[in-house]
Design a protein around this ligand. Structure first.
Ligand SMILES: *Cc1c(COP(=O)(O)O)cnc(C)c1O
Length: 480
């Protein structure tokens, strides 16, 4: 498909402006560009066709089943979009006087309070723009806390080998030394390895629970005790909150600080780099370091309070991605406490149903019961007929199913990690399982043909290594 620039014809336009009826203002020559900007010049119909064609090549939750593990690609109710589109929200400016922004401030205050309740934390900042940004912010809080308590030597962050890649990356971004600890055979934290790793230099343990293989680590209280006894803090990667929301709370498990992904758990559309939100919640001991401003309430009046003396400072322009907050609050309010709990339970039920149907056919990593996601492996299939997790993912694309997460977590070879989410029906799950089992038979019957997938897509199999190592991210026009 040609780019919009390649479709450009000099002089062609998608709009016609009325004749200018004010005097032309001449900019002085030093303010002018040397060469005109290169804009694509196309007619409206070409413009519409171009982007419609592109949109048809994209795949999202609204197109079909999207069981991408760890990413919680649940359906996003359209009502949330309606709410975020209300002119009272879209027409305001962050620098308006606070008394004219009471509704928006109340919304942020209410969302913060709900998230604090759901996570069992004392304070929330809504500023961070995504999960990794939340991790970064939380690690800054952890550093500020240790420095303030006279412990600059606490420069190590412990991360289990099953952790999401952003965890060690965020630690490195914050100049921490990452200490990896192995998981036990059940994917849970190896307590002996943890005891050996903690010490005077421990800043925190970053841990998600349920972990990335979809198993709830029952030793969480003991883990918290070990970390706290060593003087460290416990950090919850909240990307896996979906199966526990309304049921148990990180704050009650012993965590000191959490980040949430509103764009996963709280049904905000994501993928493709759209706006996200990664609020951070913390216990009172960490609250003095939170970024400002924070919304406070007194006698029914809401105001933006700057961060205190000890604040790590602002981490995002203004107050965070406000429209994402609206969608999250709309979701929480429409479900209510009961609905949130039910959504969590259905997320676990759906994952268990799918795992039960598949695990006789693929070795499953998870034990009897999983939480919101489960991991099966193509290792046996690879040994028998040479079909890998990647081959299987490519074949699923041809069948209109978004592939699961593959080769993650790293502790499982040839991993396929499915997270069906609570918004899928039994029919959809059954259809997906039937397709997967059919593909398994095809893979065994004719591995060479199977390796040709995908054959129905505009692009088949790009060279993955070159794509990862030498990505071409900038369009260079032929004539420049
Ligand atoms: C998605 C995810 C993150 C990072 O969130 P982003 O919003 O993509 O930055 C961190 N940890 C886990 C476990 C995740 O699934």
């Amino acid at each position: 498909m040609k780019t919009i620039f390649e479709k450009s014809v000099p002089g062609r336009q998608a709009l016609s402006l009325p004749e200018c009826d004010v005097p032309l203002y001449q900019l002085s020559p030093e303010l002018l560009r040397e060469k005109p900007l290169r804009f694509p010049e196309v007619a409206e119909i070409d413009l519409v066709r171009h982007y419609t064609a592109l949109s048809k090549r994209a795949y999202g939750v609204d197109d079909g089943f999207y069981p991408l593990g760890s990413c919680t690609m649940k359906y996003n109710p359209k009502l949330n979009e309606e709410a975020a589109n209300l002119p009272g929200f879209t027409g305001i400016h962050p620098l308006q006087e606070q008394k004219t922004l009471q509704g928006a401030l109340k919304l942020m205050y209410t969302l913060g309070a709900k998230l604090a309740e759901i996570t069992g934390m004392d304070q929330i900042t809504l500023q961070p723009a995504a999960g990794a940004h939340g991790e970064y912010t939380a690690l800054q809080l952890i550093r500020a806390y240790h420095l303030d308590h006279g412990n600059p030597q606490r420069n190590k962050i412990i991360v289990p080998d099953s952790a999401h890649g952003t965890n060690p990356a965020s630690a490195a971004m914050n100049d921490y030394i990452t200490v990896n600890i192995p998981s036990g055979p059940d994917g849970c934290v190896d307590l002996e390895a943890l005891k050996a790793a903690v010490g005077e230099d421990t800043a925190a343990l970053m841990l998600t629970n349920p972990n990335t293989v979809g198993i709830f680590d029952k030793n969480i209280r003991q883990i918290a005790q070990i970390v706290h006894d060593a003087g460290g803090l416990l950090y919850y990667d909240g990307a896996n909150l979906n199966p526990i929301m309304g049921l148990i709370r990180p704050g009650d498990m012993g965590y000191d600080v959490v980040h949430l992904n509103l764009h996963k758990t709280f049904s905000t559309p994501h993928g493709g780099g759209g706006p996200g939100s990664g609020p951070v919640g913390c216990k009172a001991a960490l609250a003095p370091y939170l970024p400002g401003p924070i919304v406070t309430e007194k006698d029914g009046v809401y105001s933006l309070t700057p961060g205190g003396d000890k604040s790590i400072g602002t981490v995002k322009t203004f107050y965070g991605n406000f429209l994402v907050m609206i969608k999250a609050l709309a979701y929480i309010e429409t479900l209510g406490a009961e609905g949130i709990r039910l959504a969590a339970q259905l997320a676990a039920l759906n994952a268990n149903y799918m795992m039960a149907r598949l695990k006789g056919h693929f070795p499953a990593y998870s034990s009897d019961i999983c939480m919101h996601e489960f991991v099966i492996s193509c290792e046996k299939l690879k040994e028998e007929v040479g079909i890998t997790a990647l081959d299987f993912a490519k074949a699923l694309i041809d069948r209109g199913i978004h592939p699961p997460t593959i080769y993650f977590p790293l502790i499982v070879h040839e991993a396929l990690m499915f997270e069906p989410t609570e918004t899928e029906s039994k029919q959809t799950l059954d259809q997906a399982c039937d397709t997967i089992l059919e593909l398994l038979r095809e893979a065994k019957a004719d591995p060479a043909a199977f390796k040709q997938h995908p054959v129905k897509m505009p692009i088949g199999r790009p060279d993955e290594v070159t794509a990862a190592r030498k990505p071409i991210l900038v369009y260079t026009p032929a004539s420049s």
